[in-house]
Design a protein around this ligand. Structure first.
Ligand code: ZN
Ligand code: MN
Length: 477
């Protein structure tokens, strides 16, 4: 029998705001446990929520980049449930009037466009987290109240490749719009997959399970693979073991486990939060957000290739990562040649980070110092060789390249009489090689060039040095 897998995604994305959704606590990642907690987000009696305007603007931005309709009026509602990481006993979310509806994202799958429809986007608060340690369970409420958007797709996915492409596209759209940094590993982007399997051609959907707890694209693909097969096996065996439930992916074991039977909306007793008045979103507010959206990834790609003359491969890499794009803009602010700047990022900076097997997001470099370095090469203050070595030091130790060149006397050597002297002594010390050259083996010139370069501690202007070497060798023929 032939089967078809049908999936819908719920993607939670943490919004890049300074403060939480309904209080002024910091929303930054990485603070000491329970450092960012106040009476309001801890659910103390008498505290009232105040909506964060920036979070709503980022919600609008999320809708704009995913082609949604922005609702003219939104409400916040209470979703009631008990869990130790939820001190208020309810999550504030949007049930009755979400901020965005009816959008879509187009994917390019092997040259074919696949449209994924977005049902809605709603803003909600995150919960705290439980830390299980030495037989005890600790509660950290830092993340409680941090703003999220939940992006709910229609059941338009048929395979893991489409899911992966969609998440990569969302990440590109949202990170370039400064909505979120969208990091799966750190949990600022989380994806739940609703999956069912039916006979190919059938109209009715099969029993649906929801799979949670995948924190990489690879884990998501493996979980989809596993869960689809589990459904197919159950259908084949007609075992009746498929039930609507939420399952947890265990990446180590490569399996999903039941977490809880899947609740329906009614179980949560949603009701409007009486402490938060409906918020109207005027067309002019939407336009204001639209007009201040930063350059999108595809716009950056077009500008780089068409206006700045950067190569297509380099532009694709840089415009494919918000972090690299920020570094590019950061160094370009110093008026460098765009092609050169891009090539320094793609060839030199990335080769260092791939050595350390880092993701692009983990690359940190002081753009002012990086730009100063490239500009010294452009102005022929130092040669490219020296610059590459200094870049390693900026990357690792954040040294000041201008001071470093001065202190270590690394300026480029262009003085012809000095370089002629260098070549003369290299030829004297390598008589045998020179004879090979005269006998017709011109390849050995590279060896002599290397010897001469190292005599200048790598500081010679390679073009000048090469001319002098060629001249001297030809004189000996
Ligand atoms: Zn707070
Ligand atoms: Mn949610």
């Amino acid at each position: 029998m032939k089967y078809e897998v049908v999936m819908g995604l719920e993607v939670h994305v943490e919004l890049a705001t300074e403060s939480k959704l309904f209080c002024s606590c910091s929303a930054k990642f990485g603070a000491a446990p329970n450092e960012n907690v106040c009476p309001a987000c801890a659910g103390m009696p008498g505290m009232l929520p105040v909506a964060n305007k920036r979070a709503i603007e980022l919600g609008i931005a999320a809708g704009l980049v995913t082609n949604c309709r922005i609702s003219p009026s939104i409400t916040f509602d209470k979703k009631n449930y008990f869990y130790p990481d939820l001190p208020t006993g309810y999550q504030i979310t949007q049930f009755y009037a979400p901020i965005c509806r009816d959008g879509h994202v187009d994917l390019d799958i092997g040259g074919v466009t696949r449209r994924i429809r977005i049902k809605q986007i709603h803003i909600e608060e995150d919960a705290g987290k439980l830390v299980h340690e030495r037989g005890a369970t600790l509660i950290d409420c830092n993340r409680g109240g941090v703003p999220l958007v939940e992006i709910v797709s229609q059941p338009d996915f048929r395979n893991a490749e489409e899911v992966t492409a969609y998440l990569e596209k969302l990440r590109l759209l949202l990170s370039f719009a400064d909505v979120s940094d969208c990091r799966l590993q750190e949990g600022s982007m989380r994806c739940d997959v609703n999956l069912s399997v039916r006979e190919a051609g059938a109209v009715k959907l099969g029993v649906r399970t929801e799979v949670k707890n995948m924190n990489s694209l690879k884990a998501i693909s493996r979980a989809i693979e596993y869960e689809s097969q589990r459904h197919i096996d159950a259908l084949e065996a007609d075992s009746g073991e498929l039930v609507q439930e939420t399952r947890r992916w265990d990446d180590g074991a490569g399996e999903t486990y039941p977490m809880r039977s899947k609740e329906d909306a009614a179980d949560y007793r949603y009701f409007p939060n009486p402490d938060i008045m409906p918020i109207s979103i005027s067309d002019s507010w939407v336009n204001e957000v639209r007009n201040t959206l930063p350059e999108a990834s595809n716009e950056k790609y077009t500008r780089m290739t068409e206006e700045l003359g950067v190569s297509h491969p380099d532009s694709k890499i840089i415009a494919g990562s918000k972090r690299l794009a920020d570094i590019f803009d950061g160094i370009m602010a110093h008026g460098l040649n765009a092609k050169e700047a891009a090539s320094w990022i793609v060839t030199e900076l990335l080769s260092m980070s791939t050595e350390e097997n880092k993701s692009y997001d983990d690359i940190h470099i002081d753009c002012d110092k990086f730009a100063a370095l490239i500009s010294m090469v452009e102005k022929k203050t130092i040669n490219r060789n020296t610059a590459k070595k200094i870049l390693v030091l900026i990357y690792a130790d954040n040294i000041d390249p201008v001071a470093y060149v001065k202190e270590n006397n690394l300026g480029i050597l262009t003085d012809e009489s000095l370089l002629e002297g260098v070549i003369k002594s290299v030829l004297e010390e390598n008589e045998k090689t020179v004879e090979q050259y005269i006998a017709g083996n011109e390849k050995v010139a590279g060896f002599l060039m290397g010897k001469a370069m190292s005599k200048t501690s790598g500081k010679a202007d390679p073009a000048v040095l090469k001319t002098i070497l060629e001249c001297a060798l030809n004189g000996r023929r």
